[in-house]
Design a protein around this ligand. Structure first.
Ligand SMILES: C[S@@+](CC[C@H](N)C(=O)[O-])C[C@H]1O[C@@H](n2cnc3c(N)ncnc32)[C@H](O)[C@@H]1O
Length: 291
C-alpha cells in the first residue's frame, strides 16, 4: 500500500513502518488514488467556525466541499469498510445559534449510517443564555449494512454495577463487561496551566486517544488500514500504530504535520526501548530457567 501511494502521491512528509503522512490537501490527494485501500476512516474535518486552521466559507460551499471529500472517501473504502465522522456545531444565519452539523450533512454521503454516538465531556465553554455545550457527535457509517466489522468484545466496559446478578441460577452479565452504549463519557483534551491534559500538543482541536482507541478496536482488525484525511496532530495515526494497524493521513498544514511526526517518532522510540527491554528480560528468564 505504501509503495503504491508514494508512486501516486510522491514522497510523504513523514514515513515510518506501517505509517505515512502526506502534507497536502486531502481532496487533491484522494482524487489521484484509483483503487480502494481504506478499511476504516476516523476523522474530524474543520467545522467552518473560524478556527486558526480554516477559512470560513458560505454554508452551502462548506457542505458541498464536505460532500465531495466524503464521496472520495467512500470510493476508496473497501467493501466491508467504515467511516467514523466526528462533527460539532455551526451557526446558521437567522435560523440557529449552533446547529449540530450532522443535521445538515448526514445523508449527503453514499455510506449507510449505523448509528450516532454521543461523545460527552466535562470541560468546555460556559453558557450564559444557554446550557453549556458538553457533547459532540460521531456518525458511524459503513459501506455495506450487511458486512462490516464490529468487535464488541474488544471494547466492553468492565465497569459493571452488579457483576453477580443471576438469571435461572446463571450469571447474567458478560464477564468481560457491558456494551459501552452510544453515549461515551471521555474527557476532552484540555489546555491551561493547571489543567492541561498529559497528551496535549499545540494543536487546537486534538482528539483524545481514548475515543479513537475505542473506535479503532471496534471497527477494524490487526494489520488493516486506518485513514484520516484531516490528521491534525496525528492522533488517529498514533493510536492506529499502537493497535497494530497500518495508517495513512493527509494534513494541509506543515507545522501540524511536524507535530504528528514528532508524536509518532516519540511513540515508536518508546515502544522500541520497551521491546528491547522485554527481549532482554525474556533472555534472562530463559537463562534462569535453564539453570
Ligand atoms: C479538527 S482538526 C483535526 C484534529 C485531529 N483530529 C487531531 O487529533 O489532532 C482538522 C485538521 O484538518 C486540517 N485541514 C483543513 N483543511 C484540510 C484539507 N483540505 N486537507 C487536509 N487537511 C486539512 C487542519 O489543518 C486541521 O489540522
Amino acid at each position: 500500500m505504501f509503495d503504491t501511494m508514494s508512486k501516486i502521491l510522491g514522497k510523504p512528509f513523514y514515513e515510518a513502518p506501517n505509517c505515512a503522512i502526506y502534507n497536502m490537501d486531502c481532496l487533491e490527494g484522494l482524487r489521484r488514488i484509483q483503487s480502494p485501500f481504506i478499511d476504516l476512516t476516523v476523522t474530524s474535518p474543520p467545522y467552518n467556525i473560524g478556527k486558526e486552521y480554516e477559512q470560513v466559507r458560505p454554508l452551502d460551499e462548506y457542505l458541498n466541499w464536505c460532500q465531495e471529500w466524503m464521496q472520495e472517501v467512500h470510493r476508496l473504502t473497501l467493501d466491508n469498510g467504515a467511516l467514523w465522522l466526528n462533527l460539532g456545531y455551526i451557526a446558521v444565519e437567522q435560523k440557529a445559534k449552533a446547529i449540530p452539523i450532522p443535521y445538515l450533512l448526514w445523508n449527503r454521503v453514499p455510506f449507510f449510517l449505523i448509528q450516532e454516538v454521543v461523545w460527552n465531556y466535562g470541560a468546555g465553554v460556559a453558557g450564559r443564555k444557554f446550557f453549556s455545550p458538553r457533547n459532540e457527535k460521531f456518525l458511524w457509517y459503513v459501506k455495506d449494512e450487511n458486512n462490516y466489522t464490529f468487535n464488541l468484545d474488544a471494547v466492553r466496559d468492565p465497569n459493571i454495577r452488579y457483576p453477580n446478578q443471576k438469571k435461572h441460577g446463571k450469571i447474567k452479565v458478560n464477564p468481560n463487561g457491558k456494551n459501552p452504549s452510544d453515549v461515551w463519557q471521555i474527557p476532552k483534551v484540555t489546555s491551561g496551566q493547571s489543567r492541561s491534559s498529559k497528551e496535549r500538543t499545540p494543536h487546537p482541536a486534538q482528539f483524545p486517544q481514548a475515543v479513537i482507541e475505542r473506535i479503532i478496536k471496534a471497527s477494524s482488525n490487526l494489520d488493516e488500514a486506518v485513514f484520516d484525511p484531516f490528521l491534525g496532530s496525528g492522533t488517529t495515526a498514533l493510536v492506529a500504530l499502537g493497535l497494530g494497524r497500518k495508517t495513512l493521513g493527509f494534513e494541509i498544514n506543515t507545522p501540524y504535520c511536524q507535530i504528528a511526526a514528532n508524536r509518532i517518532d516519540c511513540f515508536l522510540t518508546k515502544s522500541k526501548v520497551a521491546g528491547e527491554q522485554m527481549e532482554f528480560l525474556n533472555e534472562l528468564f530463559v537463562e534462569w530457567e535453564s539453570q
